[in-house]
Design a protein around this ligand. Structure first.
Ligand code: FAD
Length: 477
């Protein structure tokens, strides 16, 4: 009997890659749908020279998680499209607030002047942090990012800087998202030094932090190149879907069976070294399961035998996102150059943000933008019965594009995707919740490892590293 992987998204395929690298034996990855990649989906229109991404579009090369992904990308020999930090799309971040597009400051000069939508110079928020007493929450207790930032930097920063940023990261509401999980180092700065700025200053001179930097084991020439050329982010020549596609090819060429159209319906365990996965027509016994499934999916599979585990998995909430890709023949439509803009939730608009794809990458004379809508507020805007049609969703997106960007013409081509339960929400207490889930698995000695976006981080780098860590742990059992 052998190990099996559930899910052929990027985390399941990465788990497969690391299992192969460590154990070198054949095994199977079971994927419910007819394709690999999960939420990563690129659509090329080669004749017209543009592409759409309906899920992720860029990866950051920074830190250990970034270096780890670049090592994988290098092994797969994928052609990279880097964006250097000097590029407008890396430097210019915008908000749409108070009926205008506001360029966020990207130099120290911006700290001393009043930059809309803020009513005071941003240095005042820093003074607020320096002069605010230590944490009012009990030691090590979690709190929402919104309340943390409001306490330390004031309400305006919480509303106009942090809340839209959380929309950009996980389409979530900063009033619910855990500061301890998503901004752990900042949270720890307050816990240790009594303030975020104080912590940042101390840690600059603190050997422990510098030593941590040196600990990153760089196996990748690509990572060295990324550091030297100061990449801020990157994509791949044929869009990000090239990553899971190439990974699948790499694995199958090395005798790993990637079985599509294979939805697992039930998972039961029989002792510490036996699991039985049930598919439509067959039961498959294995000695260990690495699950990369969304937590709510795994909850379904384990409900009959482990209802308590299932309930804990279900307590990780997910949100729905509407992604509308729009293409226009004219490349002079965007009046601002940058990555795109975010819309603070206080503006009470159905849109989370608009990405300027054709500013980030060459789109051969086309303007390409992507409108993200819904997220935490999906039900409020789109929850009616019957659900809105694709045309209705596209109309809402276009209305917002007219209002925010002043683009009056109709797009030449568009695509609408409603991504149900696509982003897990790391709400207050997430770290403890995940610990509880993993402790349950350990205490019942279940031959089960968990990776994927539900647990250890929401970005592509995080899920690949999560897969690697889980497979590293396999060596010890
Ligand atoms: C709109 C959007 C934009 C994003 N933008 C970025 C970005 O720019 N940069 C970034 O780094 N990250 C971004 N992310 C996050 C990133 O895409 C995800 O973290 C990552 O793709 C999650 O991969 P995964 O393998 O963990 O999960 P998934 O992609 O959900 O894969 C899980 C797989 O399991 C399969 N499955 C489910 N149930 C079963 C079953 N019962 N049996 C067998 N198989 C099953 C599914 O079909 C799926 O293929 C974005 C996400 C979204 C939704």
């Amino acid at each position: 009997m052998k190990t099996a992987v559930l899910g052929g998204g990027i985390s399941g395929l990465s788990a497969g890659y690391y299992i192969l690298r460590r154990f070198g034996k054949p095994f199977t990855i079971y994927e419910a749908s007819p394709r690999v990649g999960g939420w990563i989906r690129s659509e090329w229109h080669k004749n017209q020279g543009f592409f759409f991404e309906s899920g992720p579009r860029t990866i950051r090369p920074k830190g250990l998680p970034g270096a780890n992904t670049l090592e994988l990308v290098e092994e797969l020999q994928l052609p990279i499209k880097p964006i250097p930090s000097s590029h407008a799309s890396a430097r210019n971040r915008m908000l749409y607030a108070k009926n205008q597009i506001c360029m966020l400051p990207n130099s120290p000069k911006g700290l001393v002047s009043v930059v809309p939508p803020f009513s005071k110079p941003l240095y005042r928020a820093l003074i607020h942090d320096l002069t605010t007493a230590d944490s009012v929450v009990a030691k090590n207790q979690d709190e929402s990012i919104y309340s943390f930032v409001q306490r330390r930097f004031g309400k305006e920063i919480a509303d106009y800087a942090i809340s839209p940023m959380i929309c950009g990261i996980c389409a979530g509401d900063a009033r619910e998202i855990s500061v301890r999980f998503l901004m752990e180092s900042i949270f720890e700065h307050e816990q240790k030094y009594g303030g975020v700025l104080k912590g940042l200053l101390y840690s600059r001179f603190n050997d422990k932090y510098n030593a941590l930097k040196d600990k990153i084991q760089v196996e990748s020439n690509l990572y060295k190149r990324a550091c030297k050329e100061k990449w801020a982010m990157y994509s791949l020549e044929d869009g990000l879907e090239q990553l899971p596609r190439s990974l699948r090819k790499y694995l199958t060429e090395r005798n790993v069976n990637v079985q599509l159209n294979s939805k697992c319906h039930n998972l039961r365990f029989n002792g510490a070294d036996k699991a039985v996965m049930s598919f439509k027509n067959t039961d498959v016994p294995v000695s260990h399961v690495v699950s990369s499934l969304p937590a709510y999916q795994l909850a379904q599979l384990t409900k009959a035998q482990h209802p308590s585990l299932s309930a804990q998995l279900l307590s990780i909430p997910y949100v729905d996102v509407v992604v509308v890709n729009l293409q226009y023949d004219n490349d002079q439509l965007l009046k601002h150059n940058g990555f795109g803009l975010l819309v603070p939730p206080v503006e009470n608009l159905p849109v989370l943000g608009i990405i300027f794809d054709s500013c980030c990458f060459d789109m051969a004379g086309n303007t390409v933008i992507t409108v993200m809508m819904g997220g935490h507020w999906f039900d409020k805007w789109f929850g009616q019965q019957p659900p809105p049609s694709q045309k209705e969703l596209r109309d809402v997106a276009q209305q917002q594009v007219r209002r925010i960007l002043g683009i009056m013409e109709d797009p030449k081509f568009s695509r609408v995707h409603t991504l149900h339960k696509c982003i897990p929400q790391y709400t207050v207490g997430h770290k403890r919740r995940v610990q509880g889930i993993r402790e349950y698995i350990k205490s019942y000695k279940l031959p089960l490892s968990l990776c994927g976006a539900a647990y250890d981080g929401v970005g592509i780098n995080d899920v690949i590293l999560s897969a690697r860590n889980q497979v590293d742990n396999l060596l010890e059992i």
